[in-house]
Design a protein around this ligand. Structure first.
Ligand code: ADP
Ligand code: MG
Length: 691
């Protein structure tokens, strides 16, 4: 329940003075629906108005002048502005007004009157001018012009200055809240109180006060991070408190390992040991296997499923696409069957009697493993005894969908898998309520993919080389990005590329894209896997773990538009066999220095974790990284890069708090509950994040 002290902040924006039916939707768009959102809306810049004389006015600066109104120039057409000629003893300054309110101006500021005018100075021909001055006041009203002014975000119909007024109004509603931070920590960091931090947020003196390093912003960011980390720590603790049946390592997993044509890597062994420790603990597991494409996550999942089968229970493996589900099924069903376990594949394509048969196998327990897509958590699917849910490419599913699958059994263990390497510093914010096993070692015998960047102007050359390679038996992916707002335009570009390649290379060029139906896509992918298609032109559907070992060439158009993690994943589609592979990153020149560095790191390493870390550093975080897609929360104050030290501190703090005061009943605990409400981060608000 929300504490009463927060009611004013959770009231709709219409409770703010001057916010009526017209303004409310605009303010909601800028900030959010409640007073708190306006309170949290930070100015993005600061202007200092200096008083000046016209003779030493500086073009482009915001300045204030004491002038006398000399004359009005009435516009001759509606397109022309009103012009007021003014003079300050050192020079003339024109004030320009577009619109049809000149009559009002003349009445308010008659010729001969003296005025303070303030605004951005521009040059128009030989004269200096200010278009629509910010202020135009009698000389005795000088104190109404602030010397320093915070500039807020604005939107059409809602100017920055009005937004500022609302923000200050919201600030006046902010209550003094009990301190939830440790006083010693506040002192050590030089952090102000919450209320003081907000007061400073809305009264910056210089640009430095707007930076993430400013003490008051770090304080607010830490509050936000702590609220989030607390929610995740609570969820983790709740889950641990949920008893689950112990599962012991069975003989089948060992038998499968013995049959594998390879030995497990150290990282795979460690991940499996982590899972088995969870299985042995008698608590519900929520573990994430984080590892590059090709790092061998599937085998680990298969062995976990074999243990579950040995314990007489069932597992479900859910993948985001049919192609992937099918590949998983093909990988798993053989080794499982060889040791007496049955897997079924359930997708949206199963209909009629065949589907009924599969559902029966799942319901009776005849199938120990069900592999599939979203079809797995539909109502008609009943498991005899589901104990493990494996979710591949976990960020592709909503929390609700994962929960639906887990709801098919009692206290179902979760093993999530992700091929998006998250920098270690950010792991806590994305997966704070999961236990993470990193598979940071690749199976041996892979030759790194030779990677180079080339400007689009050399696409002819690239196509010519591709033709030679294909003549020599190679297969290739050619990725066309989704870049425009319109999927149709992007599709056109991909189709065009396919036509061009067909003209140069011959008929073995296929096209797969997001507008195709599942069966259509599968058919094209199957032809590619069977070597009937030599070059597969694709929009980004191949991004998720499709496996075609014979493909050795990857061409990516407009590579500079992709996130590094995504490029890295795409590149991971090749280099899966023993043959040498290559990747060409085509870009539209000129490349910015950062873009250059970004593409460079791909040439230098194939360590996904290192690449993610570098990308974070180069771009300084933010959504440019595509972190949102991988479940990164939408923070108001916290900046994943600038505040990465605070993320770790908040994580430690949260764990300590929950260990000592799990129900948050102490004085500080109560204050922390207010904090969680304030930021909407409660253990029970799962839809806001990845957990
Ligand atoms: P991921 O799901 O992590 O992208 P996969 O599980 O699909 O990777 O494994 C990629 C390929 O590597 C598969 O063909 C798999 O058989 C193979 N593989 C997995 N583990 C090893 C290993 N320890 N040694 C050699 N090859 C392996
Ligand atoms: Mg995979």
């Amino acid at each position: 329940m929300r504490p009463e002290i927060l009611f004013p902040l959770f009231a709709p924006v219409t409770t703010l003075k001057g916010v009526g039916a017209r303004v409310a939707p605009l303010l909601e768009k800028l900030a959010g629906p409640i007073v708190r959102d306006v309170l949290f809306l930070a100015p993005h810049s600061v202007i200092r108005r200096r008083e000046a004389t016209v003779v030493d006015a500086v073009e482009g600066e915001v300045q204030t002048f004491r002038v006398e109104i000399d004359a009005y120039q009435v516009p001759r057409s509606a397109q022309q502005p009103w012009k007021i000629k003014t003079f300050d003893g050192t020079g003339t300054l024109d004030l320009i007004f577009f619109g049809s309110f000149g009559g009002q101006l003349q009445a308010k500021h008659p010729v001969g009157s003296k005025r303070l005018v303030s605004g951005k100075v521009e040059r128009f021909g030989l004269t200096l001018q200010i278009a629509h001055p910010d202020y135009m006041l009698p000389l005795d009203k000088a104190d109404e012009i602030p010397e320093v002014e915070a500039i807020y975000p604005a939107t059409a119909g809602l100017p920055a200055r009005t937004v500022r007024k609302f923000a200050l109004e919201a600030l006046s509603r902010a209550p003094d809240l009990p301190e939830w931070q440790d006083p010693a920590w506040l002192k050590q960091e030089g952090f102000p109180s919450w209320k003081e931090a907000l007061t400073r947020l809305h009264a910056p003196f210089t640009e430095a006060h707007l930076l993430p390093q400013a003490a008051h912003i770090r304080r607010l960011a830490f509050d936000e991070l702590l609220a989030h980390q607390l929610a995740m720590a609570q969820r983790k603790a709740d889950r641990r408190a949920e008893p689950a049946e112990k599962i012991a390592p069975g003989p089948m997993a060992a038998a499968i390992v013995a049959d594998l044509p390879f030995t497990l890597t150290g990282a795979q062994e460690r991940a499996l040991a982590d899972v088995r420790a969870d299985f042995a603990a008698g608590e519900r597991m929520s573990r994430l296997l984080q590892g590059d494409v090709g790092s061998g996550k599937t085998v680990v999942a298969m062995l976990a499923m074999a243990d579950v089968a040995a314990a007489g229970a069932q597992s479900a493996l859910m993948a985001p696409t049919e192609i992937l589900a099918r590949q998983h099924y093909e990988t798993l069903s053989g080794p499982l069957a060889a040791h007496g376990m049955t897997a079924v594949l359930l997708t949206g394509r199963d209909k009629g009697a065949a589907r009924a048969e599969k559902l029966r196998a799942i319901a009776s327990g005849a199938a120990q493993v069900a592999v599939g897509t979203h079809a797995l958590f539909q109502d008609e699917v009943h498991f005899q005894r589901l104990q493990l849910a494996v979710v591949d490419e976990q960020h592709r599913f909503g929390v609700a969908q994962r929960q639906l699958l887990q709801a098919k059994g009692q206290s179902v263990h979760l093993l999530a898998m992700s091929a998006t390497p998250i920098p270690r510093t950010l792991e806590l914010t994305v997966y704070g309520d999961l236990d993470v096993s990193r598979i940071d070692e690749k199976p041996p015998g892979r030759t790194p993919v030779a990677t180079r960047a080339a400007p689009m102007t050399r696409v002819d050359e690239v196509e010519a080389r591709l033709r030679e390679a294909v003549a020599g038996g190679a297969q290739a992916f050619w990725i066309c990005p989704l870049v425009s707002e319109s999927e149709l335009v992007d599709l056109k570009a991909a189709e065009q590329r396919a036509i061009e390649l067909r003209a140069r290379i011959g008929p073995g060029v296929g096209l797969v894209h997001g507008k195709m139906s599942g069966p259509e896509k599968d058919a094209v992918m199957a032809d590619f896997a069977d070597d009937k298609i030599k070059v597969l032109v694709a929009t980004t559907v191949v991004e998720v773990g499709v496996n075609v070992p014979n493909a050795t060439i990857m061409v990516i158009e407009q590579a500079e538009r992709f996130g590094l993690a995504q490029l890295h994943q795409l590149r991971g589609r090749v280099g899966r066999g023993r043959r040498e592979s290559s990747c060409v990153l085509l870009y539209d020149p000129p490349l910015s220095e950062t873009a250059q560095k970004r593409l460079d790191i791909l040439r230098r390493t194939d360590d996904g974790f290192l690449i993610a870390e570098t990308d974070l550093e180069l771009r300084g975080g933010g959504d440019a990284l595509g972190l949102r897609q991988s479940g990164f929360p939408a923070y108001v104050f916290a900046d994943p890069f600038a505040h990465r030290d605070l993320i770790a501190a908040a994580g430690d703090d949260a764990r300590m708090i929950i260990a000592r005061d799990p129900e948050l009943t102490s004085e500080r605990g109560k204050a922390l509950r207010v904090l969680q409400e304030l930021f909407d981060w409660r253990a029970s608000s799962p839809l806001k994040d990845a957990g």
